[in-house]
Design a protein around this ligand. Structure first.
Ligand SMILES: *Cc1c(COP(=O)(O)O)cnc(C)c1O
Length: 450
């Protein structure tokens, strides 16, 4: 059993109710616009918000800040090789930097990119290169109650049907996102990974794994896939990632770091590696630092090794499950099974008197802040205006950061909100940015009268 002792104390104070109400109003009822020190428990995202270990802090001090060929880069490359099985690594400042570099070399005007579900930055990079992002989730992914161990899987039949329609020559890339972030953080099986690899091979496409949460995924595989019942997460991770031609990674997730990312390319794909390096020079930095300081590379190298420790992963997944149990006990409908990094609440069901047009997810998210200083994020029709999605509110758990008392506070907050759910009213947008896809980051809203 693993727990973490905390030796750096960050005070968090709950502002009183009037202060919370004033902060919310000043933020235009958009939780991205809150000052973080007005937040008591911050579950906005698990990206870059975790706590580094003492070993990571120690490694930081040997950061080699050489412009080219630093020993810190070498240590990162060794870690990626040991943990993920790839020794051709090109760092980037974070995941979307790696996506820009990789998809910019692989995707051209008119191409289709197939993915179990595109994460929002992935979708944006496909579109920015003139491509069309096609999601192929298994049907169970859309059912918040379906009892399926691998609801993150790629629907290969749907993928093949799409290729029939558009022609294999127009599908240069197939992506598998593990865990499937946009499908409630659900895992992908190794069996499915093999099928997707074979499918990509059949159509001569480059098979990319978006590995942001590869370690959490490996933990679920070891728990749920019979073939891996005796395997460690580290063994599963190497097996699963080994099918990919290339990896794209955000170290802000399972790199246990506050910043960073990389592209990794399989042996033999020399041309792809060369193009990735050239594009990295253009957008990120020299290919041995990719927009990061040497010390960031050190933190990533240590974090990656820690991320596949079974004791760490058991602790991590247990924390998310604890939060899920608190929310379910409070009477909120949650997506099950609970995924690896977050709990998703179906606000459309919890606040069924608020219409989609009045953003029930945003109403719930604002009320959780008003009631208990808890920050979450709406991922329903406010964040994704054109796509029909359930009205989810996501509560993401930063790694190695919060304790049981925080999850209990969230549970008490949720209970109080559920008790007066009938009184809650929806919202309308008063001001939004020109790019609709990005509106939830900066739009201002106004509460409607109850
Ligand atoms: C976070 C994330 C990204 C982008 O990474 P950033 O570090 O936030 O730029 C890409 N894909 C997935 C699945 C992610 O979760």
């Amino acid at each position: 059993m693993r727990s973490y002792a905390t030796r750096m104390a960050t005070p968090a104070d709950l502002p009183d109710r009037e202060e919370r109400a004033a902060a919310l109003e000043a933020a235009g009822y958009n939780l991205f616009d809150l000052d973080a020190d007005r937040v008591f428990v911050d579950l906005l995202t698990d990206s870059g918000t975790g706590t580094m270990s003492d070993a990571q802090w120690a490694a930081l001090h040997r950061g080699d800040e050489s412009y080219a060929g630093s020993s810190s880069f070498r240590r990162l490359r060794e870690a990626v090789d040991d943990v993920m099985g790839f020794d051709r690594v090109v760092p980037a400042h974070q995941g979307r930097g790696a996506e820009n570099v990789l998809y910019g070399t692989l995707v051209a005007e008119g191409d289709r990119v197939l993915n179990n579900t595109h994460f929002d930055t992935t979708r944006a990079h496909v579109a920015a290169n003139g491509g069309e992002a096609v999601d192929c989730p298994v049907p169970a992914a859309r059912d918040p109650d379906a009892d399926d161990p691998f609801k993150g899987n790629f629907d290969v039949e749907a993928g093949r049907a799409r290729v029939e329609e558009v022609g294999a020559e127009n599908v240069p890339v197939v992506v598998l996102t593990i865990t499937n972030n946009s499908a409630a953080g659900q895992p992908v099986s190794v069996a499915n990974t093999r099928e997707v690899a074979a499918f990509a091979d059949d159509i001569d496409a480059t098979f990319v794994i978006d590995a942001c949460r590869f370690a959490e995924n490996a933990h679920f595989v070891a728990e749920r896939e019979a073939e891996f019942a005796d395997a460690s997460a580290a063994e599963v991770a190497r097996e699963q990632l080994g099918y990919a031609d290339a990896l794209v990674m955000s170290a802000k997730k399972d790199g246990l770091s506050n910043v960073g990312g990389f592209v990794a390319v399989d042996d033999g794909l020399d041309d792809l590696l060369e193009r990735v390096k050239q594009r990295t020079i253009l957008y990120e930095g020299f290919p041995t630092y990719g927009g990061l300081a040497g010390r960031d590379l050190e933190a990533m190298a240590v974090g990656l090794r820690e991320a596949v420790e079974d004791d760490y992963l058991a602790h991590r997944v247990e924390q998310v499950a604890t939060l899920g149990a608190e929310l379910a006990a409070a009477g909120l409908p949650i997506y099950e099974p609970i995924g690896g990094h977050a709990v998703y609440v179906d606000a459309g069901a919890a606040l069924d008197h608020i219409s989609t047009a009045a953003f029930p997810g945003q109403a719930l998210a604002c009320e959780l802040y008003l009631e208990g200083g808890v920050r979450t994020v709406e991922l329903g029709s406010f964040a994704f205006p054109e796509t029909k999605r359930p009205e989810y509110v996501r509560l993401a758990v930063p790694r190695r950061t919060y304790h049981r008392e925080h999850f209990e506070h969230v549970g008490e907050t949720a209970t109080a909100v559920v008790e007066r759910a009938d009184e809650l009213a929806g919202f309308e947008i008063v001001d939004e940015p020109p790019m609709r896809e990005l509106r939830h980051f900066s739009a201002d809203l106004r509460p409607l009268d109850a």
